[in-house]
Design a binder for this molecule. Structure first.
Ligand SMILES: [Zn+2]
Length: 100
């Protein structure tokens, strides 16, 4: 569990100085039917490729445990210039809580 404050004083690459910034809520980017990732998987399911799709999802990671955490894309919005930018090295966690 990672807690992040909603309003932070951070460096803004557009203003080239530290400004007050607000954190945007991370949007749910699950696979839609038109995403390239989904279409690629669907092509393999339709045509068949090896033993794909796997019945047991643990086979996917070849003996290791499947990852439970994921990279959260955090977007900060600068109050002075109004522009937003993404964190270069995103936080990797399973649960993210934004404090108000
Ligand atoms: Zn700015």
């Amino acid at each position: 569990m990672v807690k992040i404050p909603k309003e932070q004083r951070r460096y803004c690459p557009n203003c080239d100085k530290h400004t007050e910034q607000t954190l945007k809520e991370p949007t749910d980017r699950s696979d839609g039917p038109f995403k390239k990732k989904f279409r690629k998987r669907q092509r393999k399911v339709d045509n068949g490729y090896g033993s794909f799709p796997y019945e047991n999802p643990a086979i996917r990671s070849r003996g290791r445990k499947n990852p439970t955490s994921e990279k959260k894309d955090l977007e900060f919005n600068c109050k002075e210039c109004g522009k937003s930018y993404k964190r270069q090295n995103p936080i990797r966690t399973s649960k993210l809580e934004i404090e108000r």
